[in-house]
Design a protein around this ligand. Structure first.
Ligand code: TMP
Ligand code: MG
Length: 197
């Protein structure tokens, strides 16, 4: 079948909003379309085993774990027509150039999933640049565990209490440390952005 024209698609949103599920859906459709697809993830995310990506609902596809963005170029060979990248927020800023090269030099369709915001509610890693250069951006929403409205933020909890603004940005985890929350119920003690009540 004809290969897709090179383009960048970004799927973003808070944790538990279905990013990986949507990435896997697109990967499965590309497989049906007989595309030559390679799936990558940063190797620091070892939550569900190192050789695959898994959604919170348990769907899974095989993936190549890479230490940094430049490794992606080594694996995506001449026949590749689709590259999917999960947890893109964890990559170094070099991911932007790598993605541009895949699209512009190799005419590859690149599908990226990642958190747009960290637990503090601030832009995460190179996601702002990736969102800007993408042809298509999809922002998904989870459900706020406090009020049931759409959730756009991720609440980090340490021993059940909201994590401090000054805590390290990277902390791999799932339900035991994170919840989806709306803007109103997102709490970040110590944040310079906190408004007076
Ligand atoms: P998910 O979006 O696929 O659910 O996974 C997000 C991963 O990012 C998960 O391992 C937790 C981690 N994470 C951080 O390291 N820092 C953060 O600020 C947030 C919100 C998540
Ligand atoms: Mg995910």
């Amino acid at each position: 079948m004809q290969s897709h024209a090179g383009r960048i698609e970004v799927i973003c949103g808070s944790m538990f909003c279905g990013k990986t599920e949507e990435l896997i859906r697109r990967v499965r459709r590309a497989i049906i379309a007989r595309q030559k697809i390679k799936v990558f993830k940063p190797s620091l995310d070892d939550r569900y085993g190192i050789q695959n990506i898994t959604s919170h609902t348990g769907q899974t596809v095989a993936a190549v774990p890479v230490l940094d963005s430049s490794e992606i170029l080594q694996y995506a060979n001449a026949g590749t027509t689709v590259v999917a990248i999960d947890e893109a927020q964890f990559f170094d800023v070099g991911i932007v150039g790598v993605v541009q090269q895949l699209v512009d030099s190799f005419n590859i369709r690149v599908i990226i999933a990642g958190l747009d915001l960290d637990f503090r509610g601030e832009p995460f890693g190179a996601m702002p640049q990736l969102l800007s250069i993408a042809e298509e951006v999809v922002k998904l929403h989870a459900i706020c565990v406090v009020c049931g409205e759409n959730a756009s933020r991720t609440q980090r909890l340490v021993n059940g209490a909201p994590a401090s603004y000054h805590d390290p940005i990277i902390m791999v985890g799932a339900q035991e440390s994170y919840e989806a929350r709306c803007r109103q119920h997102h709490e970040v003690p110590g944040s310079p952005n906190t408004r007076a009540p």
